[in-house]
Design a protein around this ligand. Structure first.
Ligand SMILES: NC(=O)c1ccc[n+]([C@@H]2O[C@H](COP(=O)([O-])OP(=O)(O)OC[C@H]3O[C@@H](n4cnc5c(N)ncnc54)[C@H](OP(=O)(O)O)[C@@H]3O)[C@@H](O)[C@H]2O)c1
Length: 278
């Protein structure tokens, strides 16, 4: 089968390219196609006629989205809708990457796929509105919501922690936001399975287990064998431009329907640290 991967140069995209074998994968970065440019997008999709389009491209700077909402909505919502229209024109299936930030974080038990969206920041709003638009354009779209990505293909939380740990005696990390860290290698494998299973509808795809950013940082430092002190602080003490959900754990029920089990985030972190050192 032919697969078009839009966002092939990103953190997740690079692992999708590495992990995907046995199918023809055409990986595109923003230089190959800008999803805001309808004519070019349609031209390339109609020329290639893929069976699947995986849309991993997005404006992912959560704080940047607050100061540049126009960019957030034109790429994350309108760009995604452009891709859906192009997919429709060649009867391609679409898998869209969405986010835990579509939720407000007020729940205290894992979010199910049918729970109401109530995003708090611009990034989450742009993703939530994209989901609604895509479901209108392509009712059998597959929306894979994920969270807290880490991998060796780009900037991510463990990488930042390890870099900071090299130059500081102690690190303050927020302990009142809980979510599911997700290794891009494991997410890539799950996405490939979803496409092969002809998935549709909303699916939650994260590593299993959950933690706070503080607990995640503590495990990163421990796994890397560093002695640095990690101290828990509140979000109020570490004010950021974009609000973040206090709780955004995603339930795995939807993924289990496809027979996919995700490894625990601690196991994923161990493999990431090995990969980073190799
Ligand atoms: N990172 C997370 O923690 C996280 C959490 C939940 C959901 N997600 C979602 O997962 C997906 C993958 O995230 P990621 O962290 O891998 O993203 P990323 O590393 O920031 O990569 C973004 C990708 O999007 C491409 N891109 C940006 N603007 C574009 C445009 N206008 N037209 C075409 N391509 C464009 C980039 O291309 P170039 O590099 O070539 O410019 C790059 O390949 C995204 O949909 C994101 O919203 C991420």
């Amino acid at each position: 089968m032919k697969v078009m991967l839009i966002g092939g140069t990103g953190l997740l995209g690079k692992d999708l390219v590495r992990e995907w074998s046995g199918d023809e994968v055409l990986a595109l970065g923003s230089r190959d196609v800008d999803i805001r440019e309808v004519a070019r997008l349609r031209e390339i999709v109609e020329k290639e006629c893929p069976r699947w389009i995986v849309l991993a491209a997005a404006y992912t700077d959560v704080d940047g989205c607050e100061s540049n909402p126009e960019r957030a909505f034109t790429i994350n919502r309108d760009g995604a809708a452009n891709v859906a229209q192009a997919a429709k024109s060649v009867a391609a299936k679409l898998l869209f990457l969405s986010s835990d930030y579509v939720f407000d974080g007020k729940k205290t038990s894992p979010y199910e796929t049918g729970d109401s969206r109530n995003p708090q920041g611009v990034y989450g709003k742009s993703k939530a509105e994209a989901e609604v638009r895509l479901l209108e354009i392509l009712p059998d779209v597959c929306i894979a919501r994920t969270s807290w990505l880490f991998g060796t293909g780009g900037k991510c939380f463990p990488d930042t922690i390890l870099k900071l740990a090299a130059s500081r005696p102690a690190l303050d990390v927020v302990n009142d936001q809980r979510g599911c860290p997700t290794y891009t290698v494991d997410l890539a494998r799950a996405i490939i399975e979803l496409c092969r299973n002809d998935a549709s509808g909303i699916v939650h795809v994260t590593n299993s287990g959950d933690c706070t950013w503080f607990e995640f940082a503590r495990e990163i430092v421990k796994g890397a064998g560093l002695q640095i002190e990690v101290r828990p602080v509140s979000s109020a003490q570490m004010a950021r431009p974009a609000p973040r959900p206090a709780y955004s754990v995603l339930a795995a029920t939807s993924l289990h329907r496809y027979g996919i089990e995700m490894p625990a985030w601690e196991d994923a972190l161990e493999r990431y640290l090995k990969e980073r050192n190799s």
